[in-house]
Design a binder for this molecule. Structure first.
Ligand code: GLV
Length: 353
């Protein structure tokens, strides 16, 4: 069966992925309440569509931090794509490029950032940064990303420590043989029990990152910097005052603080506080073009998908990734037509209640 929508990709992926990999991708922290709440936040909002507008042509194109894009759908950083496909992030990059989607590569990828860049050399790409206790290694990562043509640094700030993901604990999550975090020299240790990712994060990632460090991170490359994992207006304001170019509204797909506010609910206060001054991206629970439309109406400039890209990668490799982006893009275009919005400029807050 050819999946017709993003949810169907998840259903097929569940059949083809190893259970440990599916659980890692699908799972969230604790009771997974925020995973569910992210989806419910979209369902709770309804579209006040306009009528009698000429929508025979729809323009989905946009411009984000110096990059022209055919549509506002972004691939969120997600870890370890070889769990879903032997070619990992290189395959994702080929699919993203074919669909015109901006790719955000995770620091903890299973293909090196250089090889991902080489897989789709002309495609737009950002690099997601985790900060390590070893500052010189963090500096080297940013330098490598800059030299490999990544066009912005997305600093994740919602992982001072890893959330408690009980599915991974139950499965003793570990990287399968032959798989490694390719941006690092050192192998990920195999735990006796528990989650390898927790042990790895605890060992090398820093829980001591603060606002004072943003200046240092910004100084590492002449690239725009976004911070990802913000859900409050005061944090967003502080970031913009520190010279940050973009706020990525996210609760890490419900994988960190369970009970966190759904990203869509956090979006309006952040847009009101800093929307004029910086780019705003949102992720968390986006599965339909109408979800993208709601997020854009509430003020996002770009809307990102996380898990669906991995499900699609598992089901059909680069073609699957291309297809989920195109499905979402076409659903967005249809929703814009039905809502009386010929271009993104007409997608305003009064469209949503
Ligand atoms: C990594 O960022 C994860 O959420 O597993």
């Amino acid at each position: 069966m050819d999946p017709l929508n993003l949810q169907e990709y998840e259903a097929v992926a569940r059949e083809v992925l190893r259970p440990m990999a599916f659980d890692y991708i699908a799972g969230g922290a604790d009771d997974e309440a925020t995973v569910t709440a992210n989806r419910e936040a979209f369902a709770r909002r309804h579209l006040r569509y306009r009528t009698l507008v000429d929508v025979s042509e729809r323009d989905l194109s946009t411009h984000l931090l110096g990059i022209d894009l055919p549509h506002p759908i972004i691939l969120a950083p997600t870890a370890m794509h070889q769990l879903a496909h032997p070619e990992g992030e290189a395959e994702t990059a080929r699919g993203a490029a074919a669909a015109g989607a901006l790719l955000t590569l995770s620091t903890i990828s299973t293909v090196s950032l250089e090889d991902v860049a080489a897989a789709a050399p002309d495609a737009p790409r950002w690099f997601q940064l985790y900060c390590y206790g070893d500052r010189s290694f963090t500096e080297l990562l940013v330098k490598r990303a800059y030299e490999s043509g990544y066009q912005a640094i997305v600093v994740t700030v919602d992982v001072p420590v890893l959330g408690r993901r009980e599915r991974d604990l139950r499965n003793s999550f570990a990287l399968p043989d032959g798989m490694r975090l390719a941006n690092f020299e050192q192998p990920v240790p195999r735990p006796e029990g528990g989650s390898a990712l927790v042990q790895w994060t605890t060992a090398i990632q820093t829980p001591a990152l603060t606002w004072e460090d943003l200046g240092w991170i910004r100084s590492l490359a002449p690239l725009p910097t976004l911070i990802k994992g913000i859900v409050r207006a005061d944090d967003a304001l502080r970031a913009v005052e520190a010279g940050i170019d973009g706020i990525w509204v996210s609760n890490h797909g419900g994988r960190q603080l369970d009970g966190a506010i759904p990203s869509l609910d956090a979006l309006p206060e952040i847009v009101d506080a800093v929307g004029e001054q910086c780019a705003i991206i949102v992720d968390g629970g986006v599965r339909r073009g109408t979800d993208v439309l709601k997020a854009l109406a509430l003020g996002a400039d770009g809307v990102a998908i996380g898990r669906p890209q991995l499900y699609a990668l598992a089901v059909a490799g680069a073609d699957g990734v291309r297809r989920v982006v195109e499905l979402l893009r076409d659903e967005l275009s249809l929703a814009m037509a039905l809502a009386g919005c010929p271009s993104l400029a007409e997608v305003e807050r009064d469209l949503v209640r």
